[in-house]
Structure formats: structure tokens, C-alpha cells
Design a protein around this ligand. Structure first.
Ligand code: PMP
Length: 399
């Protein structure tokens, strides 16, 4: 008998499995709105011009391919933290920060840190709903994943009262994940006043805070505005961990560029935290890849390239915002009696359509339109060429 004969078949990943099913579909009209990867107006993957320029400069400099240190490329890490927390964030020396394998690797490292220093089985609260992979990441890290109220189906908006009540009831010593901006999958973010209330609620509690920032610049088109929640928490003296991904805002998906920073009480504590992050990283993957971190560092250290990145990031955000308007208009033009205002009110890469699992299945079997089971539509895949087909399909299955 084979050594692995008893290994059972696992289910496909709910998001990446969708791409596999789409690839097998023979319908020429098939359309995929699954994975959150930006597409240009012709539905093609998009590499930013500032990335091309930075890459060219890196190639011309004929750099070596030596290992980075355990914590990665220090210049990149510092620039990353300043991008989210502001230019003065590192002055006091109380922030421990390391490069990570994009946002997923940053979340996992934070989860491992929590499991080691808060204890295995510590309750870890995710918004309901959250990015599907969060549950896997923090469960595999050894934490007990729970949920707090976030989405209010009646209004297709934020259930702030539910969220605040759940924060008040969390176990002492537990931890909470907050999406820094462009909440995935709902596209619903608290207003800055609501973030103030969330901060007040958390200030009364002994609950560790983890900000997951996968979309800085993608929500509003302005990376400063999208940093408002994390900066508010910093200004109010919260100690939190921050995971940053550069997959979407720099279009560096496959390069796996990210950072984890932890705001500590003082420089001494930051040094101790930093030493323990190294101890966690070394046996996991030893040190992170160098190429993507060099690209981001080059862009963020060169004022002309930074300005270009801001323009390009804004253009991506604006295309998505334009497609939200187009989808809503196309839905209203079908004569659908349902309200579709949430399509334009939500923010970021996704539209949380409100479609049921049955309606999602019908979209796939009848129209070869692929969206995730929870009704999440990746707006990045919507173009002027496919928006009417999508709207028609949604109308037919929601009649
Ligand atoms: N957090 C959230 C909320 C996300 O949506 C994503 C990407 N879908 C990630 C983290 C991680 O992505 P990556 O590992 O590609 O940076």
C-alpha cells in the first residue's frame, strides 16, 4: 500500500478553485470575477509603469542575488511602515517591523507571534464576513477563530452597534483583526467617526489589535486617506500590529512583497519583539525574497517614481469606481426592481452583491459567470465589454 493511501481529497480553495473551474469552461462568453487581481480596460493583467522603470534601474545596477537578512530589506521595511503610519512613525524607535511574504505571510507571522506570546487557542476575532483565507491562516497558527458582527444585510452596510457590542463582550486577552481599508469582501468601511467609536470601544478592553492593510490606495485612490484608520489608532496611543501587502496597490501579486510591524510601548520592547519575530521567521523560510522589495523601495525612495505610483494607483482605483457606476447603471437598465445603490456605495476591489449561493450557482451554470459563493464580485475584472452581460446575468438570477 502507498504511504499516502489514506490521504483524503481536500476541497478546492473557494477563490482559487473558481479560476480552475473557469479555465475548463468552454463557453466563449464565460467571465471570471473571482480573484482580486486588477485587470485593465481590456481585461488583461496590468504592470505599473513605475514598476517597469524601477525594475529597469535595478537590472542596470547589476545587483547581486545574495540572501537578505532574516527581517528582509531594511530600507523597504522602513518605507513601507512610513507609507501607512506616516513619516514620523519610526522616530521613537518603538515599532518592530519585518518584511513578509506579502499579506498572507504577514498575517501568518502575526498569528504565529500571537499563538506563541498570547498562548495557543487565544480567541482571535474576524469580522463576519472576512477574506476567506483569514480563517485558515489564524486557525493554522493555533488561534481559536471567532467572529464579530460587521455586515448588516438589511442595509448592505456596517453593523456598527453589533460590532461595538461584540468588542465589549470579547474575552479579556483576546485579539481582533480590523481591515484597514477596502474591507474584503463587503467593500464597507467605517467612516472616520465610526473608527473613533471603534477605537474608544477597544481602548476600554484588553484586546490585541491587528490591522490588515491589503488595499492602501485602492479604496479612495489616495494612499494617505486610506491610511486614516491606522493613523487614528496610532495617534490615540493604541499598540497594534499592522500587516501590509503590496500585491494590489503596486500590482506585485506574484512577487510576494509585504511587511508586518508591531507598535510597542518603547524602543526596548520593540527590540525584544523584533528578536522574537526573527526567531519565528528563521525556521519558517529563513529570509524573504529580494526582488519585489527592491522594486517598492526604489519607487518609494525616488520622488518622481513615487508621484508616478500615486497617479497609477489612483487610475486603477478610478477605473474600478467607474465600473461600479457602469454596473449599477446596467443593472438599473435591465428593469430590475431591486435596489443596487450598494454597488456604488461600497469601496475597493469588491462588490458584495447580496446574491445567494443558489443565485451564484445559477450565474455559473446558465451564464458561465464566475463569482465566489458569498456573492462577491471582483470589480477589477469588470470592463465596458462585459459589464452588460454581467448585469443581465445578475438580473436573470435575481428575478
Ligand atoms: N488580506 C486581505 C484582506 C486580502 O484581501 C488579501 C488578498 N486577497 C490579503 C490579505 C493577502 O494577499 P497577498 O498575500 O497576496 O498579499
Amino acid at each position: 500500500m502507498s504511504v499516502w493511501a489514506k490521504v483524503p481529497m481536500g476541497p478546492p480553495d473557494p477563490i482559487l478553485g473558481l479560476t480552475a473551474a473557469f479555465n475548463e469552461d468552454q463557453n466563449p462568453k464565460k467571465a471570471l470575477f473571482g480573484v482580486g487581481a486588477y485587470r485593465d480596460g481590456n481585461n488583461k493583467p496590468h504592470v505599473l509603469q513605475c514598476v517597469r522603470s524601477a525594475e529597469q534601474a535595478i537590472v542596470e545596477a547589476k545587483m547581486n542575488k545574495e540572501y537578505l537578512g532574516i527581517v528582509g530589506f531594511p530600507e523597504f521595511v522602513q518605507l513601507a511602515v512610513k507609507l501607512m503610519l506616516g513619516p514620523d512613525a519610526l522616530k521613537a524607535g518603538n515599532v518592530a517591523a519585518v518584511q513578509t511574504l506579502s499579506g498572507t505571510g504577514g498575517c501568518r507571522l502575526a498569528g504565529d507571534f500571537y499563538a506563541r506570546f498570547l498562548g495557543k487557542g487565544t480567541p482571535f476575532y474576524l469580522p463576519n464576513p472576512s477574506w476567506a483565507n483569514h480563517k485558515n491562516i489564524f486557525t493554522d497558527a493555533g488561534l481559536t477563530v471567532k467572529q464579530y458582527r460587521y455586515w448588516e444585510p438589511r442595509t448592505c452596510g456596517l453593523d456598527l452597534d453589533g460590532m461595538l457590542a461584540d468588542i465589549a463582550a470579547m474575552e479579556d486577552g483576546s485579539a481582533i483583526l480590523l481591515h484597514a481599508c477596502a474591507h474584503n469582501p463587503t467593500g464597507v468601511d467605517p467612516t472616520i467617526e465610526q473608527w473613533g467609536q471603534i477605537s474608544d470601544a477597544l481602548a476600554k478592553r484588553n484586546v490585541r489589535i491587528l490591522f490588515d492593510a491589503a488595499y492602501q490606495g485602492f479604496a479612495s485612490g489616495d494612499p494617505e486617506r486610506d491610511a486614516a484608520a491606522a493613523r487614528l489608532f496610532l495617534a490615540r496611543g493604541h499598540q497594534f500590529a499592522l500587516v501590509q501587502s503590496f500585491a494590489k496597490n503596486f500590482g506585485l501579486y506574484g512577487e510576494r512583497v509585504g511587511a508586518l510591524s508591531m507598535v510597542c510601548a518603547d524602543a526596548d520592547e520593540a527590540k525584544r519583539v523584533d528578536s522574537q519575530l526573527k526567531i519565528l521567521i528563521r525556521p519558517l523560510y529563513s529570509n524573504p525574497p529580494v526582488h519585489g522589495a527592491r522594486i517598492v523601495a526604489k519607487i518609494l525612495s525616488d520622488p518622481a517614481l513615487t508621484a508616478q505610483w500615486r497617479e497609477e494607483c489612483k487610475a486603477m482605483a478610478n477605473r474600478i469606481i467607474a465600473m461600479r457606476t457602469a454596473l449599477r447603471s446596467a443593472l438599473e437598465a435591465t428593469g430590475s426592481p431591486k435596489p443596487w445603490n450598494h454597488v456604488t456605495e461600497q469601496i475597493g476591489m469588491f462588490c458584495y452583491s447580496g446574491l445567494t449561493a443558489e443565485q451564484v450557482d445559477a450565474l455559473r451554470t446558465k451564464y458561465s459567470i464566475y463569482i465566489t459563493k458569498d456573492g462577491r464580485i471582483s470589480m477589477a475584472g469588470v470592463t465596458s465589454a462585459n459589464v452588460e452581460y454581467l448585469a443581465q446575468g445578475i438580473h436573470e438570477v435575481t428575478k
